[in-house]
Design a protein around this ligand. Sequence first.
Ligand SMILES: [Zn+2]
Length: 353
Amino acid sequence: MSTARATDAPHATHALGAADGARVGAAERYLRMLTENAGPRMLLDVRYRTEECGLARIFLPATSNVAASTIESIGSRTDVYVGCALRVRRRGTRDDIAPTALLWADCDTPESLAALAAFAFKPTMIVASGSPAHTHAYWTLTHPLGTDELESANRRLATALGADPRCADAARILRPPGSWNFKHTPPRPVELLEYTSARYRPAELFAALPLEPARPAADRSPPALRREDDPLQQIKPTHYIRLLTGKAPGRDGKIECPFHDDNTPSLHVYDTPEQGWACFGCKTPDGRPRGGDIYTFASLLWLTGQSRDVPLRGRDFTDLRARLEDTFRITRDRGPDRTHRELADDTFPGLEL
Ligand SMILES: [Zn+2]
């Protein structure tokens, strides 16, 4: 196992201030909204940014009474995100989503904020994410929805409000209030702006929403993750290539290419996920050097035939992503007490390899 500490950024001290008590309160109120219908084994999916491994993950029991302070503690030193829907097992895919009585929308433009303010159904909670205009609105429902229905309702909400449609997926993770947004220097607080006890009957809310535009059957693939939201695309190439091939790049940043007969290490492993990797000794069928990101690397490694060379879509892509998520699993099968102790010790779990 290799461990990675959460961002031990010098600016993290900005995050610790006199208002800490109030901030735990915000995280607590937020979790109360997320977990109010929680069954005994349901889990909060919590991710946090680490310097080395992108987003690490822990699952906390939804009924844990230290979840809020754990999240607040992590969130005082690094970006932290929580799955809006609870999980039924220690995995974060669409198949692991619990029935959920909560809808959400990411209003990220002045126009969508205006639409939100004018919307007849006042959100149960409004959270400012710390980036300009980015506001997360939540609506508590009287009855839980299944995953398909939940995503459909979120998409219709996004359409009604002009909100970001990519945040409609059931596996979405968002910043909890009481944490800090470290995209900015100094970090900005993620703030609980409004909280009410409003809850809505799904049928009433749905009646007020525009219908979803019909989508062609071929487009039933899950919505693509934004790069910054995709934990797999946060992993550094040196790390994923070492894990997937067992080879560590040399001082020149190269390894022997697993995709062609390579005597001299010629596959370049770059520093950032955006740069990815490239091998100039390999050619795609249309004559370009092979290269790309974690997905292209894994599909070349794991798939056969022409599926290696076409961008994967739909089920093929979902399967590849699931396999990568399993491979880079950041799950820790431990209870909240242990988590809390580790936090108190100032040690953070990273990827467990
Ligand atoms: Zn090659």
